[in-house]
Design a protein around this ligand. Structure first.
Ligand code: SF4
Length: 257
């Protein structure tokens, strides 16, 4: 009797959340389910994605860019400085940097040693100093001192790759042309089986296919918050995770299913 009841319960749970794996799950997804995604089966089920997005939004309703900035210019420079560095560290450095060089024109005329000294603690400061001065010079000469708001134009600026361009476009201009993929978004997207790729460009391409465009901007912020607070790199806090029931990652430290 008990075994029958357990079987019934498992059947009911599978019907409610078919993406969840159990020891009774078939080794391979049925052919009709494969078309839901290019991975193994149900991880890209639109219902699962919808539930993921719903839970992320509920957990982080006010998620926003953690880099302090007052305009697109400051956000672009802060994002360039955030490579291989924490946002907290960047936020410690930028007040003095923008006080000394408040505009693209001022920074374009700065000497490299001056810039290096101000941003030293963010790491890779020699390359970053070259990038931010180069960015200032191009914004000043090619864009009349205004940060452009198209992906193509932003990608011409020294030190700006897709991540920085997406941050500026999404967080300042409110334009969703891509998904910000930083280290947290990349790690979580793989754990949540939204992609199997390992490079930011390819992960972004996959995310753009499975996440509705209207959610691209907030989704990145929410994933970054979740990656910082719960789904941390070394030891994810799965017992506290709002996505746990939807997650089948081998990195899990605790599982309810
Ligand atoms: S269950 Fe664990 S591994 Fe999965 S998303 Fe949550 S914290 Fe990350």
């Amino acid at each position: 009797m008990a075994a029958m009841a357990m079987k019934k319960l498992a059947k009911k749970a599978a019907k409610k959340a078919p993406w969840r794996r159990s020891k009774n799950s078939p080794a391979k997804a049925p052919a009709t389910q494969k078309k839901m995604g290019r991975n193994t089966g149900l991880e890209l089920d639109p219902k699962r994605i919808e539930e993921l997005l719903k839970r992320l939004q509920a957990a982080y309703p006010n998620a926003e860019c953690a880099l302090h900035h007052r305009n697109a210019w400051e956000l672009m420079i802060a994002t360039i400085l955030s490579a291989q560095c924490t946002d907290v560290r960047v936020n410690l450095v930028t007040p003095a940097l923008f006080k000394a060089f408040p505009t693209p024109k001022a920074m374009a005329a700065a000497s490299l040693p001056e810039l290096e000294e101000l941003i030293r603690t963010t790491g890779f400061y020699r390359n970053k100093a070259k990038s931010i001065r180069g960015a200032a010079q191009m914004v000043e000469t090619d864009f009349h001192g205004e940060v452009p708001h198209t992906m193509d134009e932003l990608l011409r600026i020294p030190g700006v790759a897709r991540k920085t361009a997406n941050v500026v476009l999404g967080s300042w201009f409110g334009i969703a042309v891509g998904v910000v993929v930083d280290t947290h978004v990349l790690r979580l997207s793989r754990r949540l089986e939204l992609t199997k790729e390992t490079t930011p460009e390819k992960v972004e391409r996959d995310l753009m296919q499975v996440i509705p465009q209207a959610r691209w901007i907030d989704f990145s912020h929410e994933m970054i918050y979740h990656g910082r607070q719960i789904c941390i790199a070394r030891k994810p806090r799965c017992a506290d995770c709002t996505l746990e029931r939807l997650c089948n990652s081998p990195d899990k430290t605790w599982s309810s299913h």
